[in-house]
Design a binder for this molecule. Structure first.
Ligand SMILES: NCc1[nH]cc(CCC(=O)O)c1CC(=O)O
Length: 332
């Protein structure tokens, strides 16, 4: 009797969820890109629920504090998300809006990335003042990027390039290019689009020659697993195709146990109406040895697809490469 009553009682707030939530708080980093992303989700929520109040809680993360050291040297996963997840776990925020690329494959207990909106552009972009594209760069050109993934793929295409560290928020990095510190830099196209940033020369670095980071260009909405009210409120923002692709990419990453600081790339797309194709890469930091595998599966097997492609990459030499990278750059 008591137990039955308990079930009934729990049901009441759940079914009334939409009516009950009239204030919702989004945790976000304070960078221009993060704020744009949080404001974008806020605007979509207000469009859908005109009476809702949406607040932003700005949280400073370790990744924001350490601006000058390459992330590969800082080590540790989730440098841009940990403090934000803490805000959800202790109830200061109802959800977080992340760049999926910054979210480690494993989430803390009790949290879920339940909503992935439609991905716009997942490619990288080569930005320059003078040079139109990679072929146009002079011998030994100085390229700014602190990403090992970008470094190894650039060197695979152009071994003569000099790759220099470049950290900081997107607008800071573009500022350093315009300042003349580099012949070109590589950044995510989605970030440029979102901030409306422009430079004289932009060319695309995309598949099949140049693979993006897992989750690049996609946003992820994270919240507590037991918050059915939040899940219901956000559900309309989910894009099923993007969600399946990102699941495949993240299963690939999880199997490799890699953070965003190792030369791992992966991207999934719908190859026909109901099949996902995932292409994954592991490379050494000098771009001398790139291991790329690809496979196709039904969307419902997205995670299995990710694990399979990872296993294939590991078996074909990826394991040795990752061990070498970890030895040179620390555990993550
Ligand atoms: N690592 C920082 C970061 N996290 C997400 C983006 C871009 C936006 C996205 O990929 O969704 C960027 C900037 C960049 O990589 O140049």
């Amino acid at each position: 009797m008591f137990r039955l009553l308990g079930v009934e009682l729990r049901r009441v707030p759940l079914s009334g969820a939409r009516v009950m939530m009239n204030v919702i708080t989004i945790a976000t980093r304070g960078s221009k890109l993060a704020l744009w992303q949080a404001e974008h989700i806020k605007a979509r929520l207000l469009e859908r629920y005109p009476g809702l109040t949406v607040k932003l809680l700005i949280v400073k993360t370790m990744g924001d504090k350490i601006q000058d050291v390459p992330l590969a040297k800082v080590g540790g996963k989730g440098l841009f998300v940990k403090e934000i997840e803490e805000a959800i776990l202790d109830g200061r925020a109802d959800l977080a809006v992340h760049s999926m690329k910054d979210v480690p494959a494993e989430l803390p207990e009790g949290l879920i990335l339940g909503v992935i909106p439609e991905r716009e552009n997942m490619t990288d972009a080569l930005l320059s003042v003078k040079y139109a594209d990679l072929k146009d760069l002079p011998e030994g050109a100085r390229i700014g990027t602190s990403s090992l993934r970008r470094r190894c793929q650039l060197l695979a295409l152009r071994p003569d390039l000099e790759i220099l560290n470049l950290r900081g928020n997107l607008d800071t990095r573009v500022g350093k290019l315009l300042n003349g510190d580099y012949d070109a830099i590589v950044v995510a196209r989605a970030g440029m689009n979102r901030l409306g940033l422009s430079v004289p020369q932009i060319s695309e670095l995309g598949p099949p020659d140049f693979l993006p980071a897992v989750g690049q260009g996609a946003l992820g909405l994270e919240y507590a697993k037991d918050r059915r009210d939040v899940a219901e409120l956000l559900e309309f923002l989910n894009h099923r195709e993007t969600h399946s692709c990102v699941l495949a990419e993240r299963a690939f990453l999880a199997t490799l146990e890699g953070g965003c600081q190792v030369p791992i790339a992966g991207f999934a797309r719908y190859s026909d109406a109901n099949r996902i194709t995932l292409r994954g890469l592991v490379a050494d930091v000098d771009g001398k040895n790139l291991i790329i595998e690809e496979a196709t599966a039904k969307p419902r097997d997205a995670e299995e697809l990710g694990r399979q492609v990872a296993q294939a990459v590991l078996d074909r030499g990826g394991r040795e490469i990752l061990e070498e990278v970890y030895a040179a750059h620390g555990p993550e």
